[in-house]
Design a protein around this ligand. Structure first.
Ligand code: AVJ
Length: 320
């Protein structure tokens, strides 16, 4: 097999586009190959990564209130989850809903068939009475498919603070696009990481053990392996920043000297100036005004903020 036959073309296109722009960048979905998934699991266990427990605590504490809110005045509801992951947190809600004999079905949506299979196995084992139907589609086509058949209201779950990976203006348009497909009375439950002590935020993306550093550097290893590139990892450094004015955390890989990198599989040569950066991730932090603006622009009303005890994180219910 030749090199060009082996390469994954969506990775190739994204990398070529990102590294040949004036300001170099790589899309953050590139983090999540096998090693990236493993490192992200490690990140979630780090003492500095406060996000992990917040949503877990919120669901434990408010599962009943959440159910009351979404099941009032309806005969049943369709619970759609975007990017369900391992389902650990969703399981708390689902178990409670089933125990309370709520009328609903659960439709996890993901573009990875593997993720959906694992999730389905897990849920069938832990909640045998759950009505679960995985949808292996992109988010918006999944909503379209559901809209054709459904009678009951829809509740769209988007947890984990994943909305933070969008640049703020893209977060607005993402919520706008979901809301366009909703009917009056439908809801979105979305997890937002809130503004807090800047030192604390920066540590979450710059941990003492250097796991986040490895997570970021793994991007370069991935390009070396998949695109036959010759990034010298010693010559790049991981640098995260947090700007309290905008609430934006950004992660960069910074070239520590003038150097040239060749990506053989896509026949591309990239020149770096000394201290030139590659922008690799955004992690937006929010306050209530920002969330209010997102909802209002999309024609939604914020019904309720559910906070963890320290108010680090909010699961927000918005209604059309
Ligand atoms: C999965 C997007 C919520 O931004 O906090 C963690 C990803 N990146 N550490 C986040 C991430 C570096 C994470 N999200």
């Amino acid at each position: 097999m030749t090199t060009t036959e082996k390469i994954n073309f969506s990775v190739a296109d994204a990398v070529k586009e990102g590294l040949t722009q004036k300001e170099k960048s790589l899309p953050s979905w590139l983090f999540y190959n096998k090693e990236g998934d493993r490192l992200f699991q490690e990140i979630m266990k780090m003492p500095e990564y406060y996000l992990t427990n917040c949503e877990y605590d919120i669901f434990q504490k408010y599962k009943n209130e959440i159910l009351s809110l979404i099941s009032a005045d309806v005969e049943g509801f369709n619970l759609i989850e975007f990017g369900a992951g391992d389902g650990l947190k969703t399981e708390i809600l689902l178990k409670h809903f089933v125990d309370q004999k709520a009328t609903f079905n659960y439709k996890p949506v993901d573009i990875s068939k593997n993720v959906l299979n694992l999730l389905q196995q897990r849920m069938q084992k832990s909640i045998p009475d759950l009505d679960i139907e995985p949808i292996n589609k992109e988010y918006f086509s999944a909503l379209d498919a559901l809209n054709e058949a459904r009678k009951n209201p829809m509740v769209v779950l988007f947890m984990g603070g994943n909305i933070g990976n969008f640049e703020l203006k893209n977060a607005h348009s993402f919520v706008n696009q979901i809301a366009e497909k909703l009917r009056t009375g439908d809801r979105i439950i979305m997890g937002f990481d809130m503004k807090k002590d800047p030192e604390m935020i920066r540590s979450a993306y710059n941990d003492a053990q250097g796991i986040t550093r490895q997570f970021n550097m793994n991007l370069l290893t991935r390009l070396n392996n998949e695109l036959d590139a010759n990034f010298d990892l010693e010559q790049f450094k991981h640098y995260p920043s947090y700007d309290p004015q905008t609430g934006t955390t950004k992660s960069f890989l910074i070239s520590q000297k003038k150097q040239t990198v060749h990506l053989k599989a896509i026949d591309t040569t990239i020149h770096f100036k000394a201290w030139e950066h590659i922008h690799v991730e955004v992690s937006q932090k929010f306050d209530e005004d920002m969330i209010e603006n997102i909802a209002t622009e999309a024609g939604l009303k914020v019904e309720k903020y559910f906070y963890d005890e320290k108010e680090y994180f909010a699961d927000v219910v918005m209604r059309k």
